[in-house]
Ligand binder design. Structure first.
Ligand SMILES: NC(=O)c1ccc[n+]([C@@H]2O[C@H](COP(=O)([O-])OP(=O)(O)OC[C@H]3O[C@@H](n4cnc5c(N)ncnc54)[C@H](OP(=O)(O)O)[C@@H]3O)[C@@H](O)[C@H]2O)c1
Length: 215
């Protein structure tokens, strides 16, 4: 993997771009308003960063991160992402995203929605439960005492290994929550959503998570 594409360059997208460049990757970043609006970030990131359209970021990335308001997920390009690992950082906030009935009734999860939109991609949920600012301040080398862990979920084991390796390079341990359908265990309002946690603590948080309907 040499290039990470970013669809979304806001709080989370810009931070992942910084981590990716610091780890030696090329990045192609994109937003909804067009590449010309990303010149300051590209300048900050340096020679390994380019701005493009979402389509260009999807085509360029060996791995592509979707980090946009969930309500816009159907705008993510489908064909150029076929066969690729797609990292999904998105969360559901009805006040921002509008009501999505299948999330309100908990018959699916946010990352399963993206997977349904991208049927030929390998979607891995990651980075959804850490504040953007902490992405560049909480990372530590592998083996550090108290190293922060982040949750992943996904249906493709090889894709999960790719993302686990990336998280390690970015300074974090990984806790695998299982398939995408288990991603609700780290959604908004669960114990693991937000606070700094080691892998052991995060495993306990995942086990203690409750569905909205069961609270
Ligand atoms: N903020 C956090 O700490 C945090 C933590 C974990 C997870 N998340 C989740 O991660 C996702 C992104 O959050 P954020 O805080 O980074 O949001 P944000 O700061 O509002 O940034 C959203 C980005 O998505 C872009 N965008 C919107 N629609 C697009 C489209 N159709 N194609 C390409 N780019 C598009 C926006 O571009 P324009 O600016 O040009 O419109 C902007 O660059 C959300 O689902 C959020 O819930 C956020």
């Amino acid at each position: 993997m040499a290039t990470i594409g970013l669809i979304g360059a806001g709080h989370i997208g810009s931070q992942i771009a910084r981590l990716a460049v610091a780890s030696g990757y090329d990045v192609v970043i994109s937003n909804s308003r067009g590449p010309q609006t990303l010149s300051a970030l590209v300048e900050e990131l340096g020679a390994k960063a380019h701005a493009g359209t979402a389509l260009e970021a999807a085509k360029a990335g060996d791995v592509v991160v979707v980090t946009i308001p969930l309500k816009n997920y159907r705008q993510v390009p489908v064909e150029p992402l076929a066969g690729k690992v797609v990292i999904d950082t998105n969360n559901y906030y009805p006040q921002r995203d509008g009501h999505i009935p299948e999330l309100d009734d908990e018959s699916t999860t946010t990352s399963e929605l993206l997977q349904a939109h991208l049927p030929k991609s390998k979607v891995v949920k990651a980075f959804n439960h850490i504040y953007a600012a902490e992405l560049t301040t909480h990372g530590q080398p592998a083996g550090s005492k108290g190293r922060r862990a982040l949750v992943i979920a996904g249906d493709d084991p090889a894709a999960k290994r790719t993302v686990t390796h990336l998280l390690d390079q970015f300074g974090f341990d990984t806790v695998d929550a299982g398939p995408l359908k288990e991603g609700w265990r780290i959604q908004r309002d669960t114990p693991g959503y937000g606070p700094r946690r080691t892998a052991e603590e995060l495993r306990r948080d995942l086990a203690a998570a409750k569905r909205y309907a069961d609270r």
